[in-house]
Design a protein around this ligand. Structure first.
Ligand code: HEM
Length: 509
């Protein structure tokens, strides 16, 4: 593997500076020759130094997009990032084409413009030749298929999910205050490792904690400089490789343990090995799955609990719904712990008998999902919303365009799960108006898993604790902070207005 360790530090700094000069000259030359729109291309193009023009895209994405939509007055604008072109777009016609056009590729878009995902392709000495994005997606689909989730194999892991949740909640004191974005995120991480790997790894608590730390390190290493100048041997670049390598080695050893086992289990690693995967490809798959849970589900469960906690009417309804689920499917006279009773409820009931919780989750997703969806045009030149998108161009569409659009969702920053009630159905008033789980050609492959994780955690928490939302001073806040949509890695709250959950464990009757 080529790395900085082959150079002495002064030589590396010199090399980096010369590369930076060369790159600046190169981008200056290119940008001064490409400020005019491509002939026949009626999309405004941002001029200036390409490096400087693209910097805010990697530093403050949402602000960059909306200020340029406003400045250009157009539904699309084009700018240069690295040696590529990106077309940012919004509006109904653009959205329809973005999510349905065949030549637009999802993994290629995220690979260049997202950049935080740990991938073994960053480790040049690891062979993942048989891996393709399509192949990976097929495994996701098979692994999380309705049949597999509903049959006895998945049910074998189900009680462990609730046991994990109970163990982590038992680690809290009987009353106190917690940061939902930390504590609930840790639970989601544990559940995703349990679902996405094997029992040996899920029960090695040091290994799970180390994985979580390595993903945190990778997130910090995704600086604008590292994304814009990926070849520059910066500290962030080095950190990305070092952390990815350790993550890879850690998971690799557990895959090899399972490969050597004489009896196959129903765990995910064994499922993949049974499908003929190489160890490298199993690791690649697990990294993708755990990272997907890490960036989305962990934050989402925290937002759900905060929104429920801020709305007394919904808090009472959610609590009643979980109690009804428990009463319908388990023995009310049982003295078994709640997590064991919850574990005996069939999967189908979790999916179909919680309409109040489902509406709250949908609304929370609408409020918080402002992800920038990304694609690359791998087909020929195409026409989208009356404009030509060239082959090879990248495309970016901010989900906030539809989720926070007052013409579709009146008072878009108000949390109101009644929006989806019969008669209102605001999410059906425009094409692809709800994209919280994706839409068109790319629906979320992990949706059922993510929904289940969120419901299990909410159920055990709501049934075991009495709670309220508090601000930094311990008082009921007037409102919740908004999501920082410039934070392109995870939907976290904007800084400076923290909210916590104050809880007290309920006595068992
Ligand atoms: C609350 C949690 C989650 C949310 C809100 C979420 C949301 C989304 C969204 C909006 C997309 C479409 C992105 C686009 O069009 O650019 C997507 C795609 C995807 N998600 Fe999730 N996701 C979540 C959790 C997960 C988990 C846990 C997994 C893995 C088990 C997963 C696997 C995937 C995959 C593989 C795709 C790409 C599908 C394709 O290429 O067609 N997601 N997700």
């Amino acid at each position: 593997m080529s790395s900085l360790t082959e150079y002495s530090w002064p030589a590396a700094i010199l090399l980096a500076l010369s590369l930076l000069c060369l790159s600046t000259l190169f981008t200056f030359y290119r940008s001064n020759n490409t400020q005019k729109p491509h002939s026949g291309l009626n999309i405004p193009e941002l001029g200036g130094f390409s490096l400087l023009a693209a910097w805010p895209f990697f530093a403050k994405r949402d602000d960059f997009l909306w200020s340029n939509f406003k400045k250009t007055g157009a539904e699309m604008f084009r700018f240069r990032a690295l040696q590529h072109h990106v077309v940012a777009m919004h509006g109904t016609e653009a959205r329809k084409a973005f999510f349905t056009e065949k030549g637009l590729n999802l993994p290629e878009g995220y690979a260049l413009l997202f950049g935080t995902s740990p991938t073994v392709r960053d480790l040049q000495d690891v062979d993942t030749a048989e891996y393709t994005a399509q192949f990976l997606l097929k495994q996701f689909t098979d692994l999380l298929s309705k049949e597999r989730l509903a049959n006895g194999k998945f049910c074998a892991v189900f009680p462990s999910l609730l046991k994990d949740t109970d163990r982590l909640m038992a680690g809290w004191s009987s009353e106190g205050t917690m940061d939902p974005f930390k504590e609930l995120n840790d639970i989601v991480f544990q559940l995703t490792v349990r679902l996405g790997s094997c029992r040996e790894l899920a029960e090695d608590l040091d290994a799970v904690a180390r994985m979580s730390q390595l993903l945190d390190n990778l997130e910090k290493a995704a600086t604008p400089a590292a994304l814009l100048l990926p070849w520059l041997p910066t500290a962030a670049r080095k950190a990305k490789q070092k952390n990815t390598r350790e993550l890879f080695a850690l998971i690799y050893s557990f895959v090899e343990t399972r490969r050597a086992a004489s009896v196959r289990s129903s765990d995910t690693i064994d499922f993949l090995l049974g499908n003929g995967f190489s160890t490298e490809n199993v690791v690649e798959f697990i990294l993708g799955l755990i990272h997907a849970g890490y960036i989305n589900t962990g934050m989402n469960v925290g937002w759900n609990l905060l929104y429920i906690g801020m709305h007394p009417e919904w808090k009472a309804k959610v609590s009643a719904e979980f109690r009804a689920l428990l009463a319908t499917h388990t023995d009310a006279a049982s003295t078994d712990p709640i997590h064991e009773r919850l574990a005996s409820i069939p999967l189908g009931a979790w999916e179909t008998e919680l309409p109040v919780v489902d509406a709250g989750m949908r609304e929370t997703l609408r409020m918080t999902m402002g992800l920038l969806a990304l694609r690359r045009n791998l087909g020929g030149d195409i026409t989208m919303a009356g404009r030509t998108i060239l082959a090879g161009d990248f495309l970016a569409y901010p989900l906030g365009d539809v989720h926070h659009n007052p013409d579709i969702y009146p008072e878009p920053y108000k949390w109101d799960p009644h929006r989806y009630d019969a008669g209102r159905e605001e999410d059906k008033q425009a094409p692809l108006a709800f994209l919280g789980w994706g839409g068109g050609r790319h629906m979320c492959a992990g949706m059922r898993i993510a929904k289940l994780e969120i419901k299990l955690i909410l159920a055990l928490f709501v049934l075991s604790f009495e709670f309220q939302v508090v601000d930094g001073a311990g008082a009921l806040p007037k409102s919740l902070p908004r999501v920082d949509f410039n934070d392109f890695q995870r939907p976290r709250p904007v800084q400076g207005n923290p909210c916590y959950i104050k809880f007290r464990r309920l006595k068992v009757d």
